[in-house]
Ligand binder design. Structure first.
Ligand SMILES: [Fe+2]
Ligand SMILES: [Fe+2]
Length: 231
């Protein structure tokens, strides 16, 4: 999964839970994100093979974790794993189920084609949304938790308005179209319903736990900065 030349930054983006391990080395790694993992380990005397082994095999935190008590890197590790499932499994499966329906000669194939089209545009925006979170929003929050930077421009607020709209549009596909089509679309309906439910839980964790926490951290940083200004 990780090549020898992978940077620390890439390692943390893909498996944020390695922060748990990196913190135990006692070395500052936030200022060395561009270093390869190999040279970081060499310079800090960390066992490189062991670090990679742990990064690849460390279990993703369980979905029934008490998220309010978990560090952000554990929440993000879980959210990233869900992103992988949405991207690599759910979306391709739904796409296949839709295309099967679409290609058959159904009496109300117009409704099904519309539902498929709506799903495709949802999937396109959602893939972009996940990429944005993984590349910018989540790393920003992890960095924020480490209290190293002072970027008070909140990056995650706008992206989540988009997410709410996207989930609403998916719900619309499900409720207004699939559910009303008197067709034998059992597996498509079940898969869509399951996907939508997991997506709502995913968004709930981001919107109700991770992002409010990040906003609170930004406020604390701002308060601290104000104290420094007056000191
Ligand atoms: Fe997400
Ligand atoms: Fe999201």
């Amino acid at each position: 999964m990780f090549s020898e030349n992978a940077s620390l930054s890439k390692l943390i983006r893909q498996r944020p839970i390695v922060i748990e391990l990196l913190e135990t080395t006692g070395h500052s790694f936030w200022n060395h994100l561009d270093m390869t993992v190999e040279s970081f380990c060499r310079e800090t005397g960390t066992d490189f093979a062991e670090l990679l082994r742990v990064a690849e095999t460390m279990p993703v935190p369980s979905s029934d974790s008490d998220w309010n008590r978990e560090r952000s890197y554990r929440i993000v590790d879980f959210l990233n794993a869900e992103h992988r499932q949405f991207r690599d499994e759910d979306i391709p499966i739904l796409d296949r189920l839709f295309s099967r329906q679409d290609s058959s000669e159904l009496p109300n194939s117009f409704g099904m084609k519309f539902a498929y089209q709506t799903f495709k545009s949802f999937a396109e925006s959602f893939l972009e949304h996940m990429h944005e979170e993984e590349e910018h929003v989540f790393p920003y929050i992890l960095r924020l938790e480490d209290v190293c930077t002072l970027n008070l421009e909140s990056e995650f607020h706008p992206t989540h308005q988009i997410s709410a709209t996207m989930i609403a549009s998916l719900g619309h596909v499900y409720e207004q179209h699939l559910d009303q089509l008197a067709l034998n679309t059992g597996s498509l309906k079940d898969e869509m319903s399951d996907f939508k439910n997991r997506l709502l839980l995913h968004a709930k964790l981001e919107i109700e736990v991770l992002f409010p926490r990040a906003k609170a951290m930004e406020k604390r940083l701002e308060a601290r900065r104000n104290i420094l200004v007056f000191a």
